[in-house]
Design a protein around this ligand. Structure first.
Ligand SMILES: *Cc1c(COP(=O)(O)O)cnc(C)c1O
Length: 381
């Protein structure tokens, strides 16, 4: 008899009790997951049992391996809640009292990091590039030079607000030339865009279950330098979001979470990691996302929709499109697409009329062709 979790998934699949989802999510997390990822949630787990803790340990190992080949220097910590909880856990747990944070902002998620720091009364400086540009590297250098009291720098890899991709490699080179601790919100990019955490010398990288790894929502994770996390004892500004304590127990007690963990979500995430590997790893997934994104942009352009960002700033994760004209009614557009099997995102900028289409998740060319044909066949303006 087969007892492993993947066999359990296969058996569940054979019963085929799942109806198809009423629509695909063309949104960058939550996103469309495979049936087998959803099926992995059909089993109940005991959190103190070794089977479950082993699963957690396998996940932590795999995450580190996805980020670097220097497995000794890095560790992974899983944290309950949505991605923001993990960001708050890092910002609140790694910056000591007498320190100062520099946050690079070009969208809502950079702003959110600065908001968290402000809420926690951490002295913070912000470089705001505006929502349509990457941060000015010279300004970063100048700010670090003029403000030697800065100890930590935080940046967003892919700003999901617009889909802009920030040059974390160049930013890292500057941050490290000043010897600062580097925090990266790679929420919407990790697993979908190749990134080597040790080459980039990132100290803390944050992502979550429901983005490019293609799991379901319920927890986030932090991949961090072991030496750095060891320095964080007694720094946390929150009990439940204490990153050091979460790591200490997860590491010291072989995969135990401090408080009740989202067991079904963890199981689905493990399945999602196996499927990422089966697809060919991050490099293969990145290619699929790039092809999806290019196909969406080309198809939309042919239908009269221009994208917001120039090609060189555009990530393969999500694309912002201008409304085609004044008469365009987004609500109607949204409802017709939903009725025909696709959910998209509204815009996230207050001053520009736009909407967003994600290119990540379990979606392929056939889905995109269908999506484009629905837009073509309906008169929206
Ligand atoms: C999704 C996302 C987050 C976290 O958002 P939650 O809603 O808390 O999961 C943070 N940063 C970026 C760049 C994101 O895309």
């Amino acid at each position: 008899m087969c007892k492993s979790s993947s066999c359990f998934v296969e058996k569940s699949m054979k019963t085929d009790i799942f109806p198809d989802n009423p629509y695909l999510l063309l949104t960058p997390g939550p996103l469309s997951t495979t049936k087998s990822v959803k099926a992995a949630m059909l089993k109940d787990w005991g959190t103190w049992d070794n089977d479950y803790k082993n699963l957690v340990q396998k996940i932590r190992q795999r995450l580190v391996r996805l980020a670097t080949n220097d497995e000794q220097s890095y560790t992974a910590v899983l944290m309950q809640g949505s991605g923001t909880f993990s960001v708050e856990s890092v910002v609140g747990s790694v910056i000591p009292d007498n320190a100062k944070l520099l946050v690079l902002v070009n969208g809502a998620y950079g702003r959110r990091m600065a908001d968290i720091a402000e809420f926690l009364q951490i002295p913070t400086l912000i470089i705001n590039a505006g929502d349509l540009a990457i941060p000015d590297l010279f300004q970063i250098k100048k700010t670090l030079l003029e403000n030697p009291e800065i100890t930590h720098v935080a940046a967003v890899h892919c700003e999901t607000t617009t889909g802009i991709i920030n040059p974390v490699d160049e930013i890292s080179r500057i941050v490290k030339s000043f010897n600062k601790v580097f925090i990266v919100d790679a929420m919407s990019s990790f697993g979908g865009i190749p990134l080597n955490i040790s080459d980039l010398n990132i100290d803390f990288l944050i992502s979550s279950a429901n983005k490019c790894i293609q799991g379901v929502p319920g927890f986030g994770f932090i991949i961090a330098k072991v030496d750095r996390i060891k320095q964080c004892k007694d720094r946390a500004r929150s009990l439940s979001l204490n990153l050091y304590d979460q790591w200490k127990i997860m590491e010291g007690e072989n995969g135990r979470w401090r408080f009740t963990s989202p067991t079904h979500v963890v199981s689905a995430f493990h399945q999602a990691l196996l499927e990422l590997e089966k697809e060919g790893g991050i490099a293969a997934r990145y290619k699929r996302y790039c092809r999806n994104q290019e196909k969406i942009v080309k198809g939309m352009a042919a239908l009269g929709f221009n994208s917001l960002l120039p090609r060189k700033l555009q990530s393969p994760i999500i694309t912002s499109f201008y409304y085609p004209n004044e008469k365009f009614e987004f609500i109607k557009f949204y409802e017709i697409l939903k009725k025909n099997g696709f959910l998209i995102y509204p815009g996230k900028l207050s001053n520009i009329s736009m909407f967003r289409i994600g290119s990540i998740g379990d979606i392929n060319f056939k889905d995109i062709d269908k999506f484009l044909s629905i837009i073509k066949d309906n008169k929206f303006w």
